[in-house]
Design a protein around this ligand. Sequence first.
Ligand SMILES: NC(=O)c1ccc[n+]([C@@H]2O[C@H](COP(=O)([O-])OP(=O)(O)OC[C@H]3O[C@@H](n4cnc5c(N)ncnc54)[C@H](OP(=O)(O)O)[C@@H]3O)[C@@H](O)[C@H]2O)c1
Length: 249
Amino acid sequence: MTRRTGTIVGVLGARGRMGTAICAAIEEADGLVLGPALGSSDDRSQLLAGGAEVVVDVTNRAAAIENLPWLASHGIHAVVGTTGFDDEDVAGFDRAFTEAERSCFLVPNFSIGAVLMMRFAAEAAPYFAGVEIIELHHERKTDAPSGTAQLTADRLASARSEPWAPDPTTHETVAGARGGEAAPGIRVHSVRLPGLLAHQEVLFGATGQTLTIRHDSYDRAAFMPGVVRAVRAVSELQPGVTVGLDAVL
Ligand SMILES: NC(=O)c1ccc[n+]([C@@H]2O[C@H](COP(=O)([O-])OP(=O)(O)OC[C@H]3O[C@@H](n4cnc5c(N)ncnc54)[C@H](OP(=O)(O)O)[C@@H]3O)[C@@H](O)[C@H]2O)c1
């Protein structure tokens, strides 16, 4: 039997929906070797014993907040599909990985279509008066808004110097009816329903016209080429945090 050689990749959250697909994708990818694939009851030290050089974290915010500084302190690069972090979380990861001279690649959406949706939306941003984001996900997603919606809002904010049209609402009879403000003047609405996987619409409006940019993921297979690309590239990224798959496209 020939033994495969290549970068040893550990997975945290390996028995979850994303983790299961990621383990299979890594096993099939040239130049990558699947190392320790761990769940919530496993000891992280197995990653050291198994020689993991890169670890993919697809757990949840609370677990990742523990996992990521631990990976940094043990000299391991991280590719993070987990979502739900706030600015303070990200600043903490950046400090830990910069100090350790290792890279932490935060990728809220591994699909190429979603990356292009964000890019096209940023391109449209200067030409419209207002924008709102509707993100739609399966019924077991626990964080809101999605990491993709937040990253889209951040990209829209940096793509434009003018303020967005002010919100006309003076009275909200149902709390949250106008969604949440993900960036100044940019509202996001989160839908959770069985039957969905991961979908997003960016709606722009100007006098007499709207533009809708929509992306749909129907299968987790859509994420796997991006996962493999991120894993292959992470050690070449600058130390600290890098956000978004387009950094390596
Ligand atoms: N970036 C992207 O493109 C993308 C796409 C889809 C989803 N996501 C995100 O990826 C994350 C996982 O999603 P999912 O749908 O796969 O969720 P999931 O099916 O609930 O899987 C999460 C897994 O993490 C495990 N886990 C929890 N704490 C852990 C720990 N400390 N160490 C190791 N494993 C731990 C859980 O194990 P137990 O069941 O034993 O607790 C569970 O198997 C979410 O944050 C989601 O938003 C990202």
